[in-house]
Design a protein around this ligand. Structure first.
Ligand SMILES: *Cc1c(COP(=O)(O)O)cnc(C)c1O
Length: 390
């Protein structure tokens, strides 16, 4: 079913192509809603995982707002029609220009430092302010996506909370609570429990009835994912006395819903190794090169009888790190075969670049229950790459 649809979509839109499956998005949403059943909350989608306004719209229809970290992501939310009161603004480097523009266009602002709190003195805002705390908890994930230990640049150290709070209050800002986000692709409940418990204790101490618990839920790239039943039984009871809990989930909502479809250009055999060379690489999907991330790879409908072998799946870029998957046992594809890279809905397209002057792929949204196929972003053209040259 999915394989046939993918072939049809590729006939229309070519490769490389990002394809998102609505049915999977619905499934992920349902799981998240079940976890928080009974909690008074504002769920948001972290746009940095995927900024396509058509996808953001799907989350909006399900009652989600957005978590934004830039003017660009504000614009994505605006294109999707997200109302002000459902937009949360995060970031450790908010510029004066951004503050002046967004101060009355978002519902919630998470302040990252005492220095930022001081800078807010120049701006009137009736938004709801939260103070992002650094709980100094190790999320046991990749160091590049670990954000809540004291060595990282994020959040207000616990010893500086009073100062941040009094700076904001002197300005007449409405401070509603604390924000905690300790990292991404976290597959154990324990770090969440530890960090959120700290946030909950502090909220009680300061008399706050609202809390923002960030995102970071890990998905199953290669065998391990966050256990939601355990999360519901251990973490959710902490929220019983809160009147508002905000979450900011990115990867969990959209990661498993996206695949990257690529065409095999070469099967290159050397005395040491076999390389499957795709028509796309780290330009469209940087996670393997950047984090050593694992993504499942499949040959679409391999021709029988196939020979299975261990290969490196690589891209066409002039860079040794341009790898999509290393040492995988797959049926050896033919030149022209299609390959699928799994779980790329989050931090896939949104981290894509034009390195080696490759245009970025198109994006398509499919609904397997209705057979609806919709192009949601055109393929970039060569002209697009040089649009701003003077
Ligand atoms: C990146 C980020 C998120 C989303 O993280 P996921 O791992 O994609 O769920 C949420 N909140 C903040 C502050 C972030 O920086």
């Amino acid at each position: 079913m999915l394989e046939r649809t993918i072939k049809t979509v590729v006939e229309h839109y070519g490769t490389p192509l990002y394809v998102y499956v609505k049915d999977v998005i619905r499934y992920q949403l349902a799981k998240v809603k079940r976890v928080f059943e009974g909690v008074r909350m504002l769920p948001t989608f972290a746009c940095k995982a995927n900024n396509n306004p058509r996808l953001i719209q799907l989350f909006l229809e399900e009652g989600f707002g957005t978590d934004i970290v830039s003017l660009g992501e504000y614009h994505a939310s605006e294109l999707a029609g997200v109302p002000r009161e459902r937009i949360v603004w995060n970031g450790n480097g908010k510029t004066k220009a951004e503050m002046g523009f967004l101060k009355d266009k978002v519902g919630f602002i998470n302040v990252d430092s005492v220095e930022e709190a001081q800078r807010w003195a120049d701006f009137q805002s009736d938004a709801n302010f939260f103070i992002r705390i650094n709980p100094d908890v190790d999320p046991r994930t990749h160091p590049h996506i670990s954000t809540g230990i004291r060595e990282t640049k994020f959040g207000v150290h616990i010893d500086l909370i009073d100062e941040a709070l009094s700076v904001l209050r002197k300005q007449g800002k409405k401070v509603l609570g604390f924000h905690i986000h300790i990292g991404s692709q976290i597959t154990e409940v324990e770090p969440f429990l530890e960090a959120i418990s700290i946030g909950v204790e502090l909220s009680k101490k300061y008399g706050f009835g609202c809390i923002n618990i960030g995102g970071g839920w890990g998905i199953n790239y290669s065998g391990k994912e966050l256990n939601l039943e355990e999360y519901r039984s251990k973490v959710v009871p902490l929220f019983s006395s809160f009147e508002l809990v905000i979450i900011e989930l990115g990867r969990y909502l959209i990661g498993p819903a996206g695949i990257l479809v690529a065409k095999v250009e070469y099967v290159k055999r050397t005395p040491y190794k076999t390389f499957v060379v795709l028509d796309v690489g780290m330009n469209a999907l940087v996670r393997p090169a950047m984090y050593g991330a694992h993504h499942g790879v499949h040959v679409l409908e391999p021709e029988e009888p196939w020979e299975e072998s261990i290969v490196d799946v690589v891209g066409p870029l002039c860079e040794t790190g341009d790898v999509i998957a290393r040492n995988r046992s797959i049926p050896i594809p033919k030149c022209g075969s299609l390959m699928i890279v799994e779980d790329v809905g989050a931090y896939g397209f949104s981290m894509a670049s034009n390195y080696n002057s490759h245009p970025r792929p198109a994006e398509v949204l499919i609904d397997l229950s209705t057979n609806e196929i919709r192009l949601i972003r055109r393929r970039e053209s060569i002209e697009d790459l040089f649009r701003n040259v003077e």
